[in-house]
Design a protein around this ligand. Structure first.
Ligand code: 6LW
Length: 525
């Protein structure tokens, strides 16, 4: 009997050991507005890029060794000669990029819908510098590259099909006619194609259904790169449009890319959005990770049932956590971190870091115009619950000059806490909401001119609450906004909410400058 108990104990112990909780991870792996992820591997390192639309620099670039923890190492498009964003809005500028590594060279290919369409840049060091654009002939969006035997193939979607051609990636010259190779399984907008080769098959991964709630990932294969391609009978391989994901807070799963780790395991990165309460989302499309089972000669299976979750209890590569992000930006460095971006073709001369302050020159370009680039520097909202605070003063301001803190989706959708110089020399603080043709402003409160005033926004999935303080301790409420009014479901667009610091002048003769002492951004619970 004792032996039996011992044996049973051993069996229990062994099975508990076999079911050791894996390291697991949380999705999204890159939170906040990070759509259209594409990933490649070089040795033990993974690199990932996202689309960036109207923002400069363009195409954020991340590095990881475990696919779970990603650190931004820069952007691919950092010079005006690589990125023209005249008039670009949330539907303009840079669409889905692809990153590939071949023979010691990194390639990033993308579309600037506001410029001449598809182009690639290349670099030997992914941290840059990246080359000048090499413009390509084949149109459509979501270009991707596939390299084999010294040849370089390009796929994109010039019409409602995926087209393939061979190119010279150095000159951009198209070497073969564009050929349609697959239209997908009938979902609208077949897009986001990537080609991989495995077990003698060419696999063509695409997305269909549009980048909203009906999004899905499908796959086809062929023995020849130019087809004919046969769809997987089990398509879609990832979607949340089905019953098994109807209550999942993650929706819109699509636009995926596959990568194989050094240990042979396969992984998928994709975009999706996190819905809150009444089915709205605020932080744009984010980057998610899923394990993929891909047996020899078989079709790939994403996370067993083609859905993903916030908490992923699966084995991962050995995880390397990153240092915690500082909550305070003191502006005591020579340059801003990679997380800060500008809108359109920005004017570097309007931004100065000096004596621990970020100084913004007020110009007559308002936040609501697409004609030019306002003095506005932003970072992504990547926490559902946060508190952001800044402290600023207006210098040399005339009547109507203003500066402040904005919760910004794009020029037609933002809420701003504004510090404004009045005609009588006093300074007012107010809250202004801009929703398309509707502008609403709360009554002004008066604050001391020339001294620092703290402005704060606290965000939850339901509301943004705005307040100010003249002593940095006691905050007085200015008002709040139901977050739904700034959500993608309400205002549309391809981007997500950003937190921005801005300065605008009433006329071009103004010499006003806003001096920001710090920017705090912390998780609130
Ligand atoms: C992108 C397309 C898409 O180019 O949305 O989600 C477009 N997929 O593939 C803009 O991000």
């Amino acid at each position: 009997m004792r032996k039996l108990i011992l044996l049973a104990g051993l069996a229990f112990g062994l099975s508990a050991w076999a079911q050791q909780p894996s390291q697991g991870y949380r999705n999204p792996v890159i939170p906040g507005f990070h759509p259209d992820p594409s990933v490649c591997r070089a040795g033990n390192d993974f690199y990932l890029v996202n689309s960036s639309f109207q923002y400069f620099p363009g195409v954020p670039l991340y590095h990881s060794t475990d696919l779970v923890h990603w650190q931004q190492i820069g952007h691919c498009l950092t010079r005006p000669s690589q990125l023209k964003l005249d008039g670009a809005s949330t539907w303009g500028g840079i669409y889905a990029p692809t990153i590939r590594y071949n023979d010691g060279v990194f390639y990033m290919i993308t579309t600037n819908v506001t410029d001449k369409g598809n182009f690639l840049v290349h670099a030997t060091d992914p941290a840059g510098p990246w080359s000048e654009p090499v413009w390509l002939e084949q149109g459509g969006i979501d270009p991707s590259l596939y390299f084999e035997d010294g040849k370089c193939w390009l796929v994109s979607n010039p019409s409602d099909a995926i087209y393939l051609c061979q190119i010279d990636p150095t000159t951009g010259e198209q070497l073969t006619p564009s050929k349609p190779i697959w239209t997908g399984t009938g979902g609208r907008y077949p897009e986001g194609p990537h080609i991989y080769k495995k077990d003698g098959w060419y696999y063509l991964l695409i997305s269909e259904g549009g980048t909203e709630y009906g999004h899905k990932v499908t796959i086809a294969r062929s023995r020849r790169i130019d087809g004919p391609y046969t769809g997987n009978p089990a398509n879609p391989i990832l979607t949340h449009i089905n019953q098994n994901a109807q209550s999942n807070p993650i929706q819109g799963t699509g636009h995926a890319d596959l990568v194989q780790a050094p240990d042979g395991s396969w992984w998928m990165v994709c975009l999706a959005f996190r819905t809150f309460g009444s089915q709205h989302h605020l932080m744009g499309r984010e980057t998610f990770l899923a394990p993929v089972r891909w047996d020899k000669d078989a079709w790939p299976v994403v996370n067993a049932d083609g859905t993903i979750s916030l908490q992923m209890d699966v084995p991962t590569l050995p995880q390397q956590s990153l240092p915690a992000r500082p909550e305070r930006t003191d502006f005591d460095t020579d340059t801003l971190g990679h997380e800060w971006v500008y809108v359109r073709n920005y004017h570097p001369e309007d931004y100065r870091l000096k004596d621990g302050r970020l100084c913004l020159r007020a110009t007559p370009v308002g936040l609501e115009t697409t004609d030019d680039s306002p003095t506005l520097v932003l970072r992504r909202q990547d926490l559902p619950n946060f508190c952001a605070t800044t402290s600023l003063r207006l210098r040399r301001a005339s009547a109507g000059d203003e500066a402040g803190l904005t919760v910004y989706m794009y020029e037609d959708a933002h809420s701003d806490i504004v510090l404004r110089r009045q005609a009588d020399g006093q300074t007012g603080v107010t809250l202004r909401h801009k929703m398309g043709r509707l502008t609403h402003e709360e009554p002004l409160a008066t604050v001391p001119s020339d001294s620092y005033v703290s402005l704060r926004v606290e965000g939850t999935p339901d509301a943004y609450a705005f307040s100010y303080s003249t002593d940095g301790r006691t905050f007085r409420p200015l008002g709040s906004l139901n977050s739904r009014y700034l959500s993608t479901e309400t205002v549309g667009g391809f981007t997500g909410l950003m937190l921005g610091l801005f300065a605008t002048s009433a006329d071009s003769s103004s010499e006003a400058e806003a001096q920001f002492d710090y920017f705090d951004y912390k998780e609130a619970r």
